[in-house]
Design a protein around this ligand. Structure first.
Ligand SMILES: Nc1nc2c(ncn2[C@@H]2O[C@H](COP(=O)(O)OP(=O)(O)O)[C@@H](O)[C@H]2O)c(=O)[nH]1
Ligand SMILES: [Mg+2]
Length: 237
């Protein structure tokens, strides 16, 4: 039997998309196997996302809806991870998840602590447009040059051992889109075993956030992580 897994899905202003996405998520839980549940972590929506999520789940006990006031993708992920009671947790977006990846990641349970679906690993197939692919390439370059990371992608589907979450998540200082990046970088630096599975990326709808706004915010955020990690290692030595 595969180990238990909680799939954490941050959701925000998704009332229109959930009626088709939640049945797809339930079918994915079925395919990954018994012991697989999901937490839909809503925060700060201006539509009735949380109520629609509860309705779309139709009382299925495998789905829990968390609700918090302030919009923050990373905080939703962190709250979902910390609420989970399974051996493993996953993070996926509501428009991008796959049973194949989740099952393949759990199959690596004996040899990995963090399994990333990488859009940049050899063999990955990325069906997104050229601008989004360029953004992922540049982000990865920054991870390597600014943070000295060996991983090829920190943003997207991932499966993490709960003991790693318990140790690392409380130390993460980034919120929003960089929470998971800092989590993975800290896990890597702590010596946890990171494995990557080449991803097949097919988003089910166009991106809703502006890349132009996201790029400067991301670069500033990565510099801030670098400063924080450097200060921590100076304080330790
Ligand atoms: N809880 C929460 N979820 C968010 C927030 N912003 C985006 N999301 C969710 O994050 C996931 C990715 O969002 P999406 O708009 O597809 O972003 P993109 O594909 O990265 O451009 C989706 O499941 C969104 O509902 C937020 O402020 N809070
Ligand atoms: Mg998306």
């Amino acid at each position: 039997m595969p180990p238990s897994l909680t799939v954490v899905v941050p959701i925000h202003n998704e009332a229109g998309f959930l009626p088709e996405a939640v049945p797809r998520l339930l079918a994915t839980l079925d395919r990954v196997g018994p012991g697989t549940t999901a937490i839909l972590a809503e925060n700060g929506s201006t539509d009735d996302t949380a109520a629609v999520a509860v309705r779309a789940a139709g009382g299925d006990p495998r789905i829990t809806v968390l609700r918090l006031p302030t919009p923050d993708y990373g905080a939703a992920m962190r709250d979902g991870f910390l609420a989970a009671r399974s051996e493993w947790v996953a993070n996926v977006d509501i428009d991008y998840f796959s049973a194949e990846f989740l099952s393949a990641a759990l199959a690596l349970a004996a040899e990995a602590d963090v399994v990333l679906a990488s859009k940049r690993a050899p063999g990955a197939v990325d069906h997104r447009g050229p601008i989004r692919r360029l953004a992922t390439f540049t982000f990865n370059l920054l991870l390597r040059t600014l943070l000295g990371s060996q991983v090829s992608d920190t943003h997207g589907m991932k499966v993490i051992r709960s003991t790693v979450i318990a140790e690392i998540a409380p130390r993460v200082t980034s919120t929003k889109d960089l929470f998971d990046t800092e989590l993975v970088i800290r896990a890597e630096r702590a010596g946890y075993r990171i494995r990557e599975i080449p991803a097949v990326v097919e988003e089910l709808r166009a991106t809703r956030s502006s890349l132009l706004k996201r790029v400067p915010r991301t670069v500033r955020g990565l510099w801030r992580i670098r400063r924080t990690l450097r200060a921590e290692s100076r304080n330790r030595s």
